[in-house]
Design a protein around this ligand. Structure first.
Ligand SMILES: [Mg+2]
Length: 376
């Protein structure tokens, strides 16, 4: 074995990208998005990158956790000892945040280590992680947000446009309006996409009690939803389990959940039939794979949340990775504006990258346009 090349630099940056049109879902309105990004360099000149959503404000908390807490733990270390470095970071971070900004900081450093090691090995990340799919992975088009003045017909047209791009599954937001208005939206959506396209519903933590959730579900069920996503707040596992037992629509959740132990609790209690674990949230690629392995032994699939550029590799490398959430434009997920390459979609699938590591880099000029701070 060649001697390890130590980590010489760990830098973070905070990016803020305004949305062209403020958009909303059940529980929030979003005007701009903050992203925390990192770059890890080693003595041999190789580097890896990581990134996460830092919320619609205060994304600097992620960069701060990298700079103040975690970066000093990595300098001088062997980047191929990923599990060891995860434990070192987690052991330190446990006091400051086992969820939220600190865990996101840990997650993106772990992603950067995997990316760096795959680039060094000259392998695309999905292959470096073991490889499952050969050329492409299934994807669904995510959209259907609430916008001022957007009628049910306009929602239907939007979703039908994804179907005309080749997608066999589409997602829309639910849970913001009264039951009649909600039913008008889902009816228009189903009529526009036809009976055979899968229709996912995302409630973004809309409901606080089971009776309210059941009342809305009774309106949605006739339109054959494929899943109901995040019906309750993330900590309310019991209500997820109660709803799961009472509706024929599979319950999906997990996009802001962290750590293998909480996911096990969710599975043990029957709170989800589909996990939406996000590697940039839950503890990085390392923790995502542990959660994925546990889910596999429960017979449960992962349909990871958000960043398609990252999760194409994770769905691409696991038998129980089911489908990637894909954002066809930058109206919602505007992260694509700071990347130098975009994924290609074809016939409802995303083509697996063939370049080393994640398969893209940050566009430095775009970073300068949107950065709130400098690399530090
Ligand atoms: Mg969601």
């Amino acid at each position: 074995m060649s001697s390890p090349s130590p980590i010489t630099s760990v830098k973070a940056r905070t990016i803020r990208i305004p949305l062209d049109a403020p958009t909303s879902f059940a529980t929030r309105e979003v005007h701009h998005r903050d992203y925390g990004i990192v770059r890890v360099r080693t003595e041999d000149g190789h580097e890896g990158i990581g990134f996460c959503y830092g919320g619609s404000d205060a994304g600097v908390l992620v960069s701060l956790a990298v700079r103040e807490l975690l970066a000093p733990l990595l300098i001088g270390e062997d980047p191929t000892r990923v599990e060891g470095l995860w434990e070192k970071m987690y052991g330190t971070a446990i006091l400051h945040g086992r969820a939220g900004a600190v865990m996101r900081a840990l997650s993106i450093l772990d992603i950067a280590l995997w990316d760096r090691n795959a680039r060094k090995a000259d392998m695309p990340l999905h292959r470096f992680l073991g490889g499952y799919h050969s050329d492409s992975v299934p994807a669904y088009a995510s959209g259907g947000y609430y916008l001022d003045g957007k009628t049910p017909e306009m929602l239907g047209e939007e979703l039908a446009s994804y179907v005309s791009m080749g997608f066999k599954a589409v997602k829309m937001k639910v849970g913001r309006l009264d039951p009649d208005s909600e039913e008008a939206r889902i009816r228009a959506a189903r009529e526009a996409i036809g009976p055979d396209v899968l229709l996912m519903l995302d409630a973004n933590n809309a409901w606080h009690d089971l009776p309210t959730a059941l009342r809305f579900m009774a309106r949605y069920e006739p339109y054959d939803p494929y899943w109901i996503e995040e019906p309750f707040r993330v900590d309310d596992i019991d209500n997820h389990a109660r709803l799961s037992a009472r509706t024929r629509v599979p319950v999906a959740t997990g996009e802001i959940e962290t750590g293998r132990w909480r996911f096990k609790e969710l599975l043990d209690k029957g709170g989800a039939i589909i996990l939406q674990t996000d590697a940039a949230v839950c503890g990085g690629i390392s923790e995502y794979r542990r959660i994925g392995a546990t889910a596999a032994s429960y017979g449960i699939n992962l349909c990871p949340h958000w960043f398609h550029d990252l999760h194409v590799h994770l769905v691409g490398s696991a038998p129980n990775g089911q489908i990637v959430e894909f954002f066809p434009d930058d109206k919602v997920l505007n992260f694509r504006r700071i990347l130098d390459r975009q994924l290609e979609s074809r016939d409802g699938h995303l083509i697996l990258p063939t370049e080393p590591g994640l398969g893209f880099n940050f566009d430095e000029a775009a970073l300068d346009d949107y950065a709130l701070d400098d690399w530090a």
